[in-house]
Design a protein around this ligand. Sequence first.
Ligand SMILES: *Cc1c(COP(=O)(O)O)cnc(C)c1O
Length: 389
Amino acid sequence: MSQSDFKQAPHKLLLIPGPVEVADDVLLANAHPSMSHVSPDFVPVLGDCIRMFRDVILAPESQPIITAGSGTLGWDHVASNVIEPGEEALVLNSGYFGDSFAECLEVYGSKVTQIKAPIGSKPSLEEVEAELKKKKYKVLTFTHVDTSTGVLTDAKALGDLVKRVSPETILVLDGVCSVASEEIRMDAWGIDVVLTASQKGIGCPPGLMLLAASKKAIKAYENRKTKPNSYFSSWSKWLPVMKAYESGTGAYFATPPTNLIYALHASLTTITKGKTSIEDRWAQHIAVSDQVKNFVKDLGLKQLVADPSKDGAHGMTAVRYPEGLKAPDVLPKMVARKIVVAAGLHKECKDEYFRIGTMSESVVNKERGDIDYLLKNLKEALEEAGYRK
Ligand SMILES: *Cc1c(COP(=O)(O)O)cnc(C)c1O
């Protein structure tokens, strides 16, 4: 079947903060015949993905690692390679995913200090600066977009702060809900690790972990006194494999999901070599996010983010139900209209709000009309549920 013939089956429109809608050519690429993962035909496909991933996060100096897994596995990579048991980690917590990253670091033996922000905001730069001056932190992690709240953290400002106050600290960006939907300039901003997954802004099916490490992060790994304390995520296994694929020879540690790598190749090709530049892609996510946020505001609804114009993510929006309405009043009505949005996630208030994901295909492929369809139906579903502004 040629690419232009393939059309995915009719389905409910998936507008959650990942997985997201996937383009036809990406799905078709996933239907590639079985391949040997070390064959000369496959090796450059993964090699290209490694090179293209650098272009998505503007990190020509970085070393990417792409393996089977999901975003969560990226935390294990950081916790078992970059930091050693007993060393200090500072976790900036702007919601659910900060709790999880902290828990993962502790599993591998890090000493974790958290700075927690109230729901809908993020730790201030002053708080972070004061903490960095108190003791030497090996690692500082932050959730670029916390998917439970929709809060966007200022990655560039944190990069500047670390350079100024604690230049040895490894700065780790959890970009699972931000890579390819938010501006990220890894090298220029001094970010040492960016970790993400295939199924959100990258617009591919779930099943891949993607990570990039700066020279400083690799040095921290090389200077370890102890061996990496995990097996599947050990950089002693993956770094030689990634270098081999990039140089065109291939090597084996654990089988890459070959079909998904073809799908990733298709989505990364669109992102890095398609008619929309990465800068335009970020701008389109901002424009759609503004459209959604203005629409819900005009409907009289509040957001979880206290100050959406300043702290709001651009690939998702967390919206509070109006007074008197709950999830069962609204979400099934959306499903009946063939739209899937996500329930709340933050443990303290998950029944009070829902989440709309606006990443990748639904944003950049305007012909689909996904966003207009969403907004029209959201208004009608709320009215059907009895809501009047
Ligand atoms: C989705 C998400 C994760 C977890 O990723 P999985 O692919 O579900 O393992 C981690 N961090 C953030 C910010 C996320 O949005």
